[in-house]
Write a protein that binds this ligand. Sequence first.
Ligand code: THU
Length: 134
Amino acid sequence: MEIDWDGLRAAAVAVMHRAYAPYSKFPVGAAGLVDDGRVVVGCNVENAAYGVVLCAECGMVSQLHATGGGRLVAMACVNGDGDPLLPCGRCRQLLWEQGGPRMLIDAEGGPVTMAELLPRGFGPAELAAVHGIE
Ligand code: THU
């Protein structure tokens, strides 16, 4: 599947400007390409109770399911300068389940795979191995 990285980065920058980040002043935007061609986006949303923060990737994954589901093929995530941002540990876990090991993440120097960002990650297969749940 052809990946329009410039388009994904532009979508991430556009949604980054919608971030609610009054505490960290670190806005983040994420744009994901779905296997049916859709582009889903999210921005970080902070809270006066600091630990309640929602990362941009969380919003993006919510939009993925809210608009019909599917598998994530690629994602561009940017900081307030529009530079590529690699997902935090919690978001790597979240993305692992929605995109799998071959999902591509935009990075300085070229895209990296989720397998590189979360080697030997825990996922649904581990549950299925014990409980037979898919
Ligand atoms: N943040 C994200 O939105 N995604 C990441 O992968 C890293 C961190 C947000 C959370 C918080 O609002 C701000 O960046 C500073 O940590």
